[in-house]
Design a protein around this ligand. Structure first.
Ligand code: TYM
Length: 334
């Protein structure tokens, strides 16, 4: 809480090509619930360098992501959309919280295990303490609610543990946040292997729908999506490929799985896949058009970046100063 307002915080990494999973699992929900809160939407570029990045590319992708937040429908006059690296409080609070987080807790994080396996030549300390930086992001703004996809729930759990541990020692310093997971689209799976999450780092380009894919590419990828030989459009665990397509359809067309089963009863997979593709195209087309338009508005975007960076810093410093005082750092002399 800040004053009498509930706070929402969320963020996305500025790396790789964003996928339909990022949009349906996170961004779309942000837009749906933002009005109810004082909001902070961060482009988390500090997190991005836990994996080696090309500097020019990182800068470009960070700006594209910030633009995409706005293109998706977040009004930057009402929502604080900013770069994590412009607010030094994130890294400062992360250091303090590192001293209240146990190695054993971090060792259990599945994302760390996955990423360490993928980047065996660069298992750096930042990759290990990544969840602590994420906790700092959230706690710095006293967030009540954090909309994320299912894959981030473990990180929300550790954030809550760290906040509660800190509060138990120093009194009520942090709001303990709760995750918000949308009804549909919380875990979009790969189109080529429905046992795996759809991911921007997948080597097979047919496995993921990228937010900037053109309509033909989208329709073709759905046409090739892996299904099964059951021949029925039913929402059940035994048909993970079809279940995933139903999830995508529901999230895009605002339907329930039951409505979808009924709509496609007795119809073939080919027809269903085409309908899912069309539903995705109709969601992504306006997003892409607005993104292209906004990308040309350099001065406008620069203004947003400056203004919102300062706004985020203002709120971040409030919490940071309080935390510094609580742990016993000397007062500043003015
Ligand atoms: P990131 O950048 O991997 O993903 C951004 C958001 O997209 C969601 N998501 C998915 N949802 C459904 N299906 C999928 N296949 C899928 N793939 C990704 C993620 O759950 C996430 O909500 N650590 C975070 C970024 C972060 C953050 C934060 C998030 C840093 N600090 C503070 C919330 C609050 C991450 O790497 O997300």
């Amino acid at each position: 809480m800040i004053g009498d307002r509930k706070v929402l915080f969320s963020g996305m990494q500025a790396t790789g090509n964003l996928t339909l999973g990022n949009y349906l699992g996170a961004l779309k929900n942000w837009v749906n619930i933002a009005d109810e809160y004082l909001t902070f939407f961060s482009v988390v570029d500090l997190h991005s360098i836990t994996v080696r990045q090309d500097p020019a590319q990182l800068r470009k992708q960070a700006r594209a992501l910030l633009t995409l937040y706005i293109a998706a429908g977040l009004d930057p006059e009402k929502n604080c959309i900013y770069y994590q690296s412009h607010v030094s409080g994130h890294a400062e609070l992360a250091w303090i919280l590192n001293c209240f987080t146990y190695m054993g807790e971090l060792n259990r994080m599945t994302q760390f295990k996955d990423k360490a396996a993928k980047h065996a030549d660069n298992i750096n300390a930042g990759l290990f303490t990544y969840p602590v930086l994420m906790a700092a992001d959230i706690l710095l703004y006293q967030a009540d609610v954090v909309p994320v996809g299912k894959d981030q729930l473990q990180h929300l759990e550790i954030t809550r543990d760290i906040a509660q541990r800190f509060n138990a020692i120093y009194g009520d310093v942090f709001t303990v946040p709760v995750p918000y997971v949308g009804k549909a689209g919380a875990k979009i799976m790969s189109l080529q292997d429905p046992a795996k999450k759809m991911s921007k780092s997948d080597e097979n380009p047919n496995a993921s729908i990228y937010l900037m894919d053109d309509p033909d590419t989208i329709l073709r990828k759905f046409k090739r999506a892996v299904t099964d030989s059951e021949g029925q459009i039913l929402y059940r665990e035994e048909q993970p490929g079809i279940k995933n397509l139903i999830d995508i359809y529901c999230a895009c067309a605002e339907k329930t799985p039951q409505e979808t089963e009924k709509e496609f009863e007795g119809r073939g997979y080919g027809e269903f896949k085409a309908a899912v593709g069309e539903a995705v195209v109709s969601v992504l087309r306006p997003l892409q058009e607005e993104f292209a338009r906004l990308s040309g508005e350099k001065a406008y975007l620069d203004g947003i970046i400056k203004q919102n960076g300062e706004k985020a810093e203002y709120y971040a410093l409030k919490t940071l100063r309080k935390v510094q005082r609580k742990v016993g750092f000397p007062e500043r002399i003015r």
